[in-house]
Design a protein around this ligand. Structure first.
Ligand code: ADP
Length: 363
């Protein structure tokens, strides 16, 4: 059978464990030898005890756990060619030439680069006497399948990334908790949620919680937003509402691309309306806790499909990413999705807001 390894990289998200579990069990079911690599790319570069051959039971009791039990890391070493060469040697020495990477667009970009360099790296390792010519021939193809683990839902090509649904649950629970105290004291609450480049969490949680106003990175508000915001808040109070909720993505900006911070919004509300206004930054709470049913099942489906993609790969097969389209798990070319994701970021950097929203919608 094929030698296969799974690892998690970049920021953690809930449901990654379900994906790791599915990769391990599907691999064993199909007769492959499967490893996990601890601590993402850094573990791949460092080798040794970071490579663990997995058994059916080594992924027992993890489907319900948040984060990633095999660890994740940001690796400077893997960004250097020397580091990737070490990683290649560690893989070949263990008979691994199939990788399942679970991470964000950075991790997937790194994986694609690794695949492109692979045969050159092997040739160099052969010349240096680090691997044998048999190893060089047996493992000449590196196959890569990605899965997107991210709470932000910031990746083009998939309806949902692994972890987004759970993060929304955390946010909604927190808003509900805030609403009861805000109601008692007739307060206005500004809740900052994650999303540096993507307003998905902010917009969906604002809809689900019935918030009064939302700020997000892709679609900055009109320049007279302070007046509009205050008019809306005042209107709500006049119709008898005892509280106001404003949701902000951490990456919220105005039309000039300058940050709109929670503090700035608070100043506006206090200055113009004299409302008792408090800020809550949810922070890592959103990454925490057990994954929702949706993220567990999403992780399982993505993981199983990823192994199928590796098993069916031919020498011509490009690196792919397993995504959700409608209710279907599909395989898309990895670099195409990464390019589209980067195009959204570029449109935002260029302050081309219409294009950013349009590209995001297509994603
Ligand atoms: P995410 O995957 O969540 O976007 P990062 O962008 O931090 O997170 O990427 C995680 C890791 O992936 C980095 O620490 C690095 O080791 C690797 N990586 C990211 N981009 C590249 C790249 N262009 N080339 C090589 N490795 C990369």
């Amino acid at each position: 059978g094929k030698g296969l390894a799974v690892f998690t990289s970049g920021g953690d998200s809930q449901g990654m464990n379900a994906a790791v579990r599915a990769v391990v069990r599907m691999s064993i079911y199909l007769g492959c030898k499967v490893f996990f690599i601890r601590e993402g790319y850094q573990g791949m570069v460092d080798g040794d005890e970071n490579f663990v051959e997995a058994s059916w039971s080594s992924v027992s009791c993890i489907i319900h756990r948040g984060g990633t039990v095999i660890g994740s890391a940001r690796s400077m070493d893997f960004k250097e060619r020397e580091g990737r060469k070490k990683a290649a040697k560690n893989l070949v020495k263990r008979g691994i030439s199939n990788l399942c990477v679970i991470g964000g667009d950075g991790s997937l970009t790194g994986a694609n680069l690794f695949k492109e360099e692979w045969s050159d790296l092997l040739q160099e390792l052969l010349k240096e006497g680090e691997i044998t010519s048999d190893e060089c021939i047996n493992y000449q193809q590196l196959h890569i399948v990605g899965m997107v683990g991210s709470i932000d839902n910031d990746f083009c090509g998939t309806d949902m990334t692994i972890g987004t649904d759970t993060a929304l649950h955390r946010i909604i629970e927190s808003i509900d908790a805030i609403v009861s105290t805000a109601y008692s004291h007739q307060r206005t609450f500004i809740m900052e949620v994650m999303g540096r480049h993507c307003g998905y969490l902010a917009i969906v949680s604002a809809l689900a919680a019935g918030a009064d106003y939302v700020f997000c990175p892709e679609c900055p508000p009109p320049i007279d937003w302070p007046e509009r915001l205050c008019k809306k808040l005042k209107q709500e109070r006049l119709t008898g509402q005892r509280l106001n909720i404003i949701i902000m993505a951490e990456g919220a900006v105005d039309r000039n691309g300058d940050p709109i911070t929670a503090e700035k919004v608070r100043e506006v509300v206090v200055d113009k309306l004299q409302q008792d206004t408090r800020i809550t930054v949810l922070g890592h709470v959103q990454r925490g806790g057990n994954p929702s049913a949706f993220d567990r099942v999403l992780g399982c489906r993505m993981g199983a499909e990823a192994v199928m993609a590796l098993v069916e790969a031919t020498p011509e097969t490009e690196a792919c990413v397993v995504t959700l389209d409608g209710n279907q798990a599909v395989r898309l070319p990895l670099m195409e999705c990464v390019r589209r994701t980067k195009a959204v970021a570029q449109a935002m950097a260029d302050k081309n807001w219409d294009l950013a929203v349009q590209l995001r919608g297509k994603g």
